[in-house]
Design a protein around this ligand. Structure first.
Ligand code: DOR
Ligand code: ZN
Length: 332
């Protein structure tokens, strides 16, 4: 079996900086025509100059691949002028609740105090990308945040809101309720549950935020992805951390999947007889929802087995050492 994908895009990636950027950016750019680059660096990408300098670093790191970085700003209390100046250089603004995940300490403490910024983003047509978790009990954080999504979607009907990396049936249901909500989902949340993380011996390489949930959540997300739900986009949340930050007490949150995303997705979609929907899930939905036009790239996948490497330099990928049934055989 064989499938050709046209300009796949990864709508949620962590590229980091410096040596890590040089290591991981080409691993996405070899298979993807573009991707949404997250701004949770130290310090965060929260000004137009920093946005432009980080864009230049990313463009340097993805060479020689054709890859369009869709940049994001880190949400803060911006002025109207700052938003207008940044708009041409980015896809949208990413909101992190303070402390919700890696490098998010500078995030929002009181979402209710940010009405002015949401209003200006709505007026200027700047999409809002959201890490939707409260500070409640870890398994309930996303479900609790749905009330905030409802509030935002209702109060700002013309604000385009992306619920990033959804992990629950509750979040999935919101998609069909509000026209201005869309969502990304990771590959790993389509295939794992909390059992894979802590049900047996703990697997730090599957520990991420939001944490993997229950089988019924995973199954609902998988069905929506396999059906290429028109408001659902593949956003890997590929989040590399060096091995010593994962295999230690105080394990950092993040699953590194960039180099194995397309083979694993092809295998998954093929197993469920849904290969025809992989193009929409990995590219067409995102193009339509964000009106983006990534550079042409043809990626051929075939059911030829490969073994996931034990590591990529300092970073251990999801399911390291496992054999999978599909691989990328050609990129043009
Ligand atoms: O697990 C995660 N890791 N979730 C996030 O939201 C951020 C990411 C990271 O930057 O490491
Ligand atoms: Zn992320």
């Amino acid at each position: 079996m064989k499938i050709t994908l046209h300009s796949p895009v990864d709508m949620h990636i962590h590229f980091r900086q410096d040596a890590m950027l040089s290591l991981v950016a080409p691993l996405s750019a070899q298979h993807f025509a573009g991707g949404v680059i997250m701004p949770n660096l130290i310090p965060p990408v929260n000004g137009v100059e920093r946005l432009q300098s980080y864009t230049a670093e990313v463009l340097e790191a993805v060479k020689p691949h054709a890859f369009e970085p869709y940049m994001t700003l880190f949400f803060r209390d911006y002025t109207e002028q700052e938003l207008a100046a940044a708009k041409p250089h980015m896809l949208g603004i990413k909101l992190y609740p303070a402390g919700a995940t890696t490098n998010s300490e500078a995030g929002v403490r009181e979402i209710g105090a940010m009405d002015r910024v949401f209003k200006m983003m709505e007026e200027q047509g700047i999409p809002l990308l959201v890490h939707g978790e409260t500070h409640g009990f870890v398994m309930d954080r996303e479900r609790e945040f749905c009330a905030i999504y409802r509030h935002l979607a209702t109060t700002y009907p013309n604000l385009q809101i992306t619920m990033e990396h959804i992990t629950t049936l509750d979040a999935l249901r919101l998609l069909d309720e509000f026209t201005n909500l869309r969502a990304t989902v990771t590959m790993h949340h389509l295939v794992i549950t909390l059992d894979d993380v802590v049900g047996g011996l703990m697997n730090p390489h599957l520990f991420c935020k939001p944490i993997a949930k229950r089988p019924e959540d995973r199954d609902a997300l998988l069905q929506a992805a396999l059906a290429a739900h028109p408001k659902l986009m593949m956003g890997s949340d590929s989040a590399p951390h060096p091995i010593d930050k994962k295999e230690c007490p105080g394990c950092a949150a993040g699953v590194f999947t960039a180099p194995i995303l397309l083979p694993l997705l092809a295998e998954l979609f093929a197993r469920h007889g849904a290969l025809d929907n992989l193009q929409a899930f990995t590219s067409d939905n995102a193009r339509r929802l964000y009106s983006i036009d990534p550079p042409p790239k043809r990626v051929v996948l075939e059911d030829i087995p490969m073994t996931i490497p034990a590591s990529y330099n300092t970073v251990v990928p999801m399911w390291a050492g496992r054999s999978i049934g599909w691989s990328v055989t050609e990129v043009v």
